[in-house]
Design a protein around this ligand. Structure first.
Ligand SMILES: Nc1ncnc2c1ncn2[C@@H]1O[C@H](COP(=O)(O)OP(=O)(O)OP(=O)(O)O)[C@@H](O)[C@H]1O
Length: 950
């Protein structure tokens, strides 16, 4: 083409082709690393185009998360990527020393937030704002974060507390399917679109364990119950009940297979969200038992039948509208299921009661067909909204921790994204108003506040332009005149006003606002608001009516008549209760309109957000068809513009997201160096002294500061990572990281030192104790040994003494007794002559001495007489007296050892006989007293030790 256009010759053509290829390669070569840029602040230069290219390159490389300074950009992959959300990966991010150094991920934001709860940087409570347009992945991201916290914030302390924490976490996770079933619906933009906003407060105790949660919901799109845009669906739960009910349940709830319900459009579309069992299971875990569940589903079936009640237009205004064919059956079934009196239901839907005059007289006026339809829809919306609120309160009572058991929280905000349809009404106005508020919070937190603070603190700063949406917010909510104020005023005045009148009123009252536009091409009355994300045209028709959200009191009275246990709870008969359901104009209290209630809850939410450190996740939808691997640049570009991402990147790249008061900074960093001012230093000189001291710290960490510098950047180009302002120290994330790391190192060293000293002290103490114990043990042992020896010695001495005494005594006795025997014997010899019969002992001794040898010879003869005869011989020889056998005993040897073995005197008195050796040898020898003599009872008179055959 080049050749044809320029008319070059082939040679130059070849050359230019080569250079073009080189250029292309160079271009592509530059393009290639784009997908490796984890942080959009590194894109050079930061423009919408380069940011878009980087995101596209990453999306095509299946990299869906990218940092944009303080924000995480999450591209919706529109395809399941299970490996990206594994529990192992969660733990990896949780245990990483620096999770921000890992690949950008929703877990890294989750972990950073979790760590901030423990850190010293105020405020301690954290919040994560997940924003993006419908279908961008907000709900998915919030679900991921909840799962992440369920894994990492589990209690590791004890098995019991771990079980409790697990149960709470499971309940928190179970709240998702229930809330999604009742609050999500299939829309044109998203099959699982959240039709309500939610703020989940994950409550943590001192040990950073999740002890409970609380859910706050915002602006449920209750009109969807009775009115669905074409190609959209009602809330998932209706389809779940109709498709998932068992045969029995179908019978009970009057839901025959294939039954058509006008409030159930597109039932043929099967979505993965239509899983009745999952919802039931989750409800059960949340403490909603099966009978209550059945009650809920019965009421929902009643609402579906209510939707089938169609009214025909009445020709006579004085007569109530007639019912269309089949509608009678629907009235009966609906009344049956809702346990309402059928007549009362029909009458309430068709006849309006008006109270007028001082007496509050009641007039009954038949309604037109449209009014009947509105009243029917109103019943359904009223029941569904209260049912939803009741479910949220049940969920909260099931997951909410005792106020004393938690100290900090992490808030997850998942609100509906910015909406702009061809036909926008009050719902879109509220949704976009909420998005404007959140955008302002973001701008205020990251853009405006930062820059203003730099000026106040005297930092040199080249300002980054950002889109401030204050003008738009003034237009919507400003005081005294704004769109909300005007709509509310219309409600308060309760005057009949047309859509065109409202448009004129808005346009004339707010003509000065730059953010108010007018679509001149539109025939319908409308006004245009130029939001930060783009202009949106709102129709004024029905705006005031929707804002009033009127509930005719007779409808509430009707529902209070229900005998259904659930409806009795939802609509208690409480005469004191005066809510916004009162007709407008009757109450003197300030009018509670939809907008005013929404504004109040939004302000409350923003107050909570302001008291926390916010973290932002911007979800981006790569295409509106929900297709994987499709990146539509225009669509993404408009989203990038809408969220002011480029400005965020600019400020994040150049700014100092971390700021600490000088005092706190000094306290924090004292550990790292001698930066405490001398006592005489004045507080005004703090700034001057802290600056060089901070530089000192930086010099002590050269390696780390080098690590923060981008390769190739010159010293001039890289801003100093730390600045000392008038009252605060400003630093980059990386600088804080360096300082924190340095502090961690110092703390670690200190901890080691303390541990070492403590161990040494413990060791020494143990040694001392051991030595003391050994000493005490030795002393006790020696004392015991001494005692023992003393006892033994005493015992031995006693024994010795006793023995000696005994021996002496024995010797004395022996000598005395022998002397006594001899004496006795000589006396006995003398007296034998005089007395006719001597005593037995004298006789015995005499016999022994005389016949001793013969007796023994006979008694010991191996042959000859045996047994009794031998005894007789012995007795005869020894002249033993047979009449007193008790005085002695004779033992005779056994058969083979013939002979007398011993003759023993029985205890009679003192008889003593001495022997030394064989009695045979010494039989003729007169026994002498001997020290070895034996005395006492059972004394041996004669004993043989050995058998000696004679
Ligand atoms: N990280 C992801 N991985 C896989 N699929 C995803 C991911 N994020 C989103 N999706 C897909 O995109 C769909 C829409 O996401 P989600 O419902 O979270 O959007 P949303 O921003 O909450 O929309 P709405 O504001 O309408 O509620 C999901 O149903 C899911 O199929």
């Amino acid at each position: 083409i080049l050749f044809q256009v320029n008319g070059h010759n082939p040679d130059s053509d070849a050359q230019s082709g080569k250079s073009l290829r080189e250029d292309l390669q160079e271009f592509l070569g530059r393009e290639a690393p784009l997908h490796q840029l984890d942080d959009l602040t590194k894109v050079n230069p930061v423009t919408l185009e380069t940011v878009l290219r980087c995101l596209q390159a990453r999306y095509m490389a299946d990299t869906f998360y990218t940092n944009a300074g303080c924000t995480l950009v999450a591209l919706n992959p529109f395809k399941p990527i299970p490996q990206l959300y594994l529990p192992e990966l969660m733990r990896e991010y949780h245990t990483a020393p620096q999770p921000q150094k890992l690949k950008p991920h929703v877990f890294s934001v989750g972990e950073q937030t979790y760590r901030n709860v423990k850190s010293l940087i105020e405020p301690v409570n954290q919040s994560i704002v997940v924003s993006g347009e419908s279908g961008a992945g907000k709900t998915w991201t919030s679900r991921c974060l909840m799962k992440f916290y369920a894994v990492v914030a589990a209690s590791p302390t004890s098995w019991e507390s771990h079980k409790i924490a697990e149960r709470i976490e499971q309940r928190i996770l179970n709240s998702n399917p229930v809330m999604e079933a009742f609050g999500n619906a299939c829309t044109l933009r998203n099959n699982n679109s959240s039709r309500f906003g939610k703020f989940i407060q994950l409550q943590l105790n001192r040990a950073q364990q999740m002890t409970g949660a609380a859910v706050q919901t915002y602006l449920l799109e209750k009109t969807r119950v009775a009115c669905q845009a074409s190609s959209e669906r009602n809330f998932h739960i209706f389809y779940q009940v109709c498709k998932g009910a068992s045969e029995d349940e179908r019978l009970q709830w009057h839901l025959p297979k294939g039954a058509a319900f006008s409030w159930l459009p597109n039932p043929e579309r099967n979505l993965e969200e239509d899983c009745f069992e999952v919802t039931r299971e989750a409800m059960l875990h949340l403490g909603i038992d099966t009978p209550t569940q059945n009650n809920i589903f019965k009421v929902l079936a009643g609402l579906l039948h209510l939707g089938n009640i169609q009214f025909a237009d009445s020709e006579d205004e004085a007569q109530p509208c007639q019912l269309m064919d089949n509608a009678k059956c629907s009235v009966r079934t609906s009344a049956l299921l809702l346990q309402l009196p059928e007549d009362m239901l029909l009458e309430t839907l068709r006849i309006r009661t008006i109270r007028a005059g001082r007496q509050q007289q009641v007039f009954r006026k038949p309604c037109s067909q449209t009014e009947c339809d509105t009243r029917r829809d109103c019943v359904a919306k009223l029941v569904y909204a209260r049912l939803f609120d009741w479910l949220v309160s049940v969920i909260n009572s099931s997951i909410c921790a005792d106020p004393g058991s938690w100290t900090t929280f992490i808030g997850l905000l998942d609100v509906y994204g910015f909406e702009s349809f061809p036909d926008n009404s009050l719902e879109q106005l509220c949704i976009n108003y909420a998005n404007e508020k959140l955008q302002q919070h973001f701008v205020a937190h990251y853009l405006r506040a930062q820059q203003e603070e730099y000026t106040v603190e005297g930092l040199e700063w080249s300002f980054v332009n950002y889109q401030d949406n204050q003008a738009c917010l003034d237009l919507i909510e400003g005081s005294p005149i704004s769109i909300c104020a005007l709509i509310n005023e219309e409600c308060r005045l309760n005057r009949p006003s047309s859509a065109a009148q409202l448009q004129t009123r808005i346009e004339s009252a707010l003509a000065g606002s730059l953010c108010l536009g007018h679509n001149k091409l539109s025939r319908e009355p409308s006004f245009v608001v130029v939001h930060y994300a783009g202009p949106v045209r709102y129709h004024t028709a029905g705006l005031v009516e929707k804002n009033k959200d009127p509930v005719p009191p007779e409808l509430t009275v009707l529902l209070q008549q229900s005998q259904d246990p659930l409806l009795m709870v939802l609509f208690p008969i409480n005469p004191k209760e005066k809510t916004q359901e009162e007709p407008f104009g009757l109450s003197r209290a300030p009018v509670l309109t939809v907008v005013s209630k929404f504004k109040a809850s939004l302000e409350q939410l923003l107050q909570v957000l302001h008291s926390t450190t916010p973290h932002y996740i911007r979800c981006i939808k790569p295409n509106s068809q929900g297709q994987a691997q499709t990146f539509l640049r225009e669509e993404v570009l408009s989203q990038l513009e809408a969220c002011g991402l480029v400005e965020t990147i600019h400020i994040s790249a150049a700014g100092f997201p971390i700021r600490q008061f000088l005092e706190a900074c000094r306290e924090d960093q004292t550990l790292m160096g001698p930066i405490s001012p001398s006592p005489e230093q004045s507080p005004h000189s703090e700034e001057a002294t802290l600056q060089p001291l901070l530089q000192d710290i930086l010099h002590t960490l050269p390696a780390l500061t080098q690590a923060t510098a981008t390769p190739g950047d010159s010293d001039e180009a890289t801003p100093a990572p730390v600045h000392c302002g008038r009252t605060k120290v400003f630093m980059t994330d990386s600088m804080l990281e360096i300082l924190e790391r340095g502090r961690a190192q110092v703390l670690e060293q200190c901890a080691r030192c303390i541990q070492g000293s403590w161990r040494l002290y413990q060791h020494r103490k143990q040694q001392r104790e051991r030595r003391a114990a050994v000493l005490i043990q030795a002393a006790i042992r020696s004392w015991l040994a001494r005692k023992h020896i003393e006892r033994l010695h005493t015992a031995a001495t006693t024994i010795k003494r006793a023995w000696q005494k005994w021996r002496i005594r024995m010797a004395f006795l022996a000598s005395k007794e022998l002397d006594g025997v001899e004496e006795h014997f000589s006396q006995a010899r003398c007296s034998s002559r005089s007395s006719p019969k001597p005593p037995i002992q004298t006789r015995l001794l005499g016999a022994i001495i005389r016949l001793w040898p013969l007796g023994l010879v006979l008694a010991n003869a191996a042959t000859g007489i045996q047994g009794f005869q031998r005894k007789l011989v012995v007795w005869a020889c020894l002249q033993l007296p047979r009449d007193s056998p008790r005085s002695y005993t004779v033992q005779i040897a056994q058969q083979d050892q013939a002979g007398v073995t011993s003759i023993r005197a029985l205890p009679q008195g003192s008889i003593k006989f001495h022997y030394r050796k064989s009695p045979l040898r010494y039989a003729d020898i007169c026994p002498e007293p001997s020290p070895y003599s034996v005395t006492g009872f059972n004394q041996i008179l004669l004993e043989r030790h050995r058998l000696i055959h004679v």
